[in-house]
Design a protein around this ligand. Structure first.
Ligand SMILES: NC(=O)c1ccc[n+]([C@@H]2O[C@H](COP(=O)([O-])OP(=O)(O)OC[C@H]3O[C@@H](n4cnc5c(N)ncnc54)[C@H](O)[C@@H]3O)[C@@H](O)[C@H]2O)c1
Ligand SMILES: N[C@@H](CCO)C(=O)O
Ligand code: NA
Length: 432
């Protein structure tokens, strides 16, 4: 059978990893695809010593690759929104299938890109965009196709999980660990995307669409980063039997879907609580299958290339089949226009840390503010001041309540004469 020719655009961390995997594993890949897969052209501004492209057709113009009549599949690995969008649309216009690792592109411009691909009868695959090397798109879109998905929750940013783990285990400084994550090729070109939860929100947006059959709604995803997590909160969480992870959570309820990324306390007994470093983990609950858990490297050259090449193999195997034989871009043939709940309507349990001048008085006041609103307290710890100039701290775990009610309670607690500054709030999920 005729070989399939791949054009790789972008030769950074993932691009070089993809060249290496396609080259090193060419024989096994051909056995799986049923035909040879060859790198027909590479589009790169400069060579990358992390891979050997000698003997390959290398163009300095990525658009030449997208238009090259010899190329069957264009692999977009340049990142970003605008040029990547133009590149992918150009490739589609020229009748190419596309593989991308760019979750920002899919979360924001996915509708336009998929519509263009469907009009042309080609496919756009994006496994590498979510949870790196974990085949989570395939698992949810195909492996769990029998289920009504109830909820999913995941550690879906490797850089953030690496930072939180190094800070907790080694007491390292935030900026120092972030720098290392950048050197290791984990971080986004703009690392605020990792730290502020934007990257996780892109991934959660995509996962939720393929889990529930709803439109991509990135702009409605609630997003909170990891910059405000303090060593005190990490320590008190452990004391209460919890661990703080940066989670993407989405859940189906009668009122709609909640879609949120924020620091989350989860019981240490949950396997996902022990997923550390650059590893990602996604829990998915389906009505027939129950709980499932997927763990693996969420970033880095090899793991991401593994997902890119798996998509290439899927496309190559079915390249002569009619478009109707390929899987739907967002898993469902028909997308239901279910809306995402405003954060104020979302229900979770809470951890609160309150800085207090007069402990005894504050506790009585706080308890009555909470009970007036039907917020039940599950646990309390009181901490004496660590230094003379520090405040006493009251730490509370509450039962589940809607965010709007908790916002009102927190505002009233902060207004008390005996409390100081803002109340720290971390949402708690038991994941069962
Ligand atoms: N690094 C990871 O672990 C990882 C994991 C999953 C997904 N991704 C995604 O993969 C994509 C690539 O990430 P990366 O980490 O390899 O980034 P990178 O910065 O290492 O590589 C991007 C490469 O594209 C090149 N490039 C950018 N614009 C170009 C243009 N107009 N013409 C030619 N070359 C251009 C850059 O010079 C660079 O070499 C991004 O969308 C990223 O979000 C990365
Ligand atoms: N910057 C991303 C890359 C993988 O998508 C992360 O750290 O998870
Ligand atoms: Na993946």
């Amino acid at each position: 059978m005729k070989p399939v020719k791949v054009g790789i655009c972008g030769l950074g961390t993932v691009g070089s990893g993809t060249v290496n995997v396609l080259t090193n594993n060419a024989q096994d890949i051909a056995r799986r695809a049923g035909r040879e897969i060859i790198i027909g052209q590479v589009g790169a501004r400069r060579d990358n010593p992390a891979c050997d492209t000698s003997g390959m057709d290398v163009s300095r113009d990525i658009f030449a690759v997208a238009k090259n009549p010899e190329i069957d599949i264009v692999v977009e690995l340049i990142g970003g929104y605008d040029v990547a969008r133009e590149l992918v649309l150009t490739a589609i216009e020229h009748g190419k299938h596309v593989v991308t690792a760019n979750k920002a592109l899919i979360a924001v411009h996915g509708d336009e890109i998929f519509a263009a691909a469907e009009a042309k009868g080609v496919s756009v695959m994006y496994e590498a965009g979510v949870a790196g090397g974990i085949p989570i798109i395939k698992a949810v879109r195909e492996g769990l196709a029998a289920n009504r998905i109830n909820w999913l929750a995941g550690i879906i940013n490797g850089t953030g999980n690496f930072i939180l783990t190094e800070m907790r285990d080694k007491g390292r400084d935030f900026d120092d660990v972030l720098k290392e994550a950048q050197q290791l090729g984990y971080a986004e070109a703009d690392p605020t995307f990792d730290v502020e939860g934007i990257d996780a929100a892109h991934k959660l947006t995509i996962l939720s669409s393929i889990a529930y059959g709803i439109p991509l709604q990135f702009e409605r995803c609630y997003t909170e980063g990891i910059g405000n997590i303090t060593p005190d909160d990490v320590e008190y969480a452990e004391e209460l039997g919890y661990r703080i992870k940066h989670l993407g959570v989405s859940c189906r309820s009668e009122n709609g879907i909640d879609l949120r990324v924020h620091p989350t306390m989860i019981p240490v007994a949950r396997p996902i609580a022990t997923v550390d470093g650059v590893l990602n983990a996604v829990m998915v609950n389906g009505d027939a299958v129950g709980d499932t858990l997927y763990v693996g490297a969420g970033a880095g050259a090899g793991p991401t290339a593994s997902a890119v090449v798996a998509d290439v193999v899927d496309l190559a195997r079915a390249i002569d089949a009619p478009a109707s034989a390929r899987v739907n871009h967002l898993a469902f043939n028909q997308i239901d226009d279910v809306s995402v709940l405003p954060m104020e309507e979302v229900e979770t349990a809470y951890y609160l840390r309150i800085e207090a001048l007069d402990k005894a008085g504050v506790l009585a006041n706080v308890a009555s503010i909470l009970s007036e609103r039907g917020i039940n307290i599950e646990a309390i710890i009181q901490k004496e001041p660590k230094d003379e100039d520090k405040m006493a701290q009251i730490i509370l775990l509450t039962h589940r309540i809607v965010e709007k009610t908790m916002n009102e309670a927190i505002a009233e607690i902060e207004a008390l004469a005996s409390t100081v500054g803002q109340v720290t709030r971390i949402r708690v999920e038991h994941l069962n």
